[in-house]
Design a protein around this ligand. Structure first.
Ligand code: FMN
Length: 175
């Protein structure tokens, strides 16, 4: 059995998951609906990034066992530029830490760009971003990496970098 799992707070990762489900006919579900992760042979986990963590992944994948005929594709959705290697190395490091030992090495990890609408953020997230951006703005120019730049550039705005064309990279991996 194959599955697309999504982890989202505001719906961007779900949009990618639903569209992928339409294109592949693989069913999709929120991580909150998953009971036994080991019944699936192919898993595409599409999760949004929150302070470097992939929404819901650590808990959902905690008991995952690698297997000869199993396939795991982890797709992160974030605001920072996924063509920036420093950024993706940092994300990959976070993904590795959130997976059981030995699982990261068997997984394919891809990075998509997400969206943010500050008018829809909850109080906690709005406060967090306010503090982070204030700190980020004070950093010397050479310390402003892709993540910091994305945060400053998109602060208090409505931005949408969702690009369904990037789904073809998952579809290629599924072949
Ligand atoms: C509190 C907070 C922390 C975030 N942390 C990161 C991050 O570490 N890296 C990143 O690229 N984007 C980060 N983002 C941006 C989200 O990943 C992005 O808005 C994503 O599309 C949200 O997905 P969702 O709509 O599925 O919840 C953060 C956003 C918020 C509000």
């Amino acid at each position: 059995m194959d599955i697309i799992i999504y982890g989202t707070q505001y719906g961007t990762a779900k949009k990618y998951a639903k569209e992928l489900s339409c294109r592949t006919e693989i069913p999709c579900a929120s991580y909150e609906e998953i009971n036994d992760i080991n019944i699936y042979s192919t898993i595409v986990y599409i999760g949004s990034l929150y302070a470097g963590g992939v929404q819901g992944m650590k808990k959902t994948m905690a008991n995952y066992e690698v297997g000869k005929d199993k396939k795991l594709i982890v797709v992160t959705v974030g605001l920072a530029d996924p063509t920036d290697n420093e950024n993706t190395d940092h994300i990959k490091g976070g993904v590795k830490k959130q997976l059981p030992v030995g699982v990261y090495e068997q997984a394919t990890v891809l990075h998509f760009r997400g969206a943010i609408d500050y008018t829809k953020l909850n109080f906690k997230h709005k406060t967090m971003m306010g503090l982070l951006v204030r700190k980020a703005k004070n950093l010397p120019e050479e310390k402003k990496n892709a993540e910091v730049r994305a945060m400053i550039e998109t602060y208090n705005q409505v931005v949408d970098f969702v690009d369904y064309e990037s789904l073809s990279s998952i579809i290629d991996e599924l072949k």
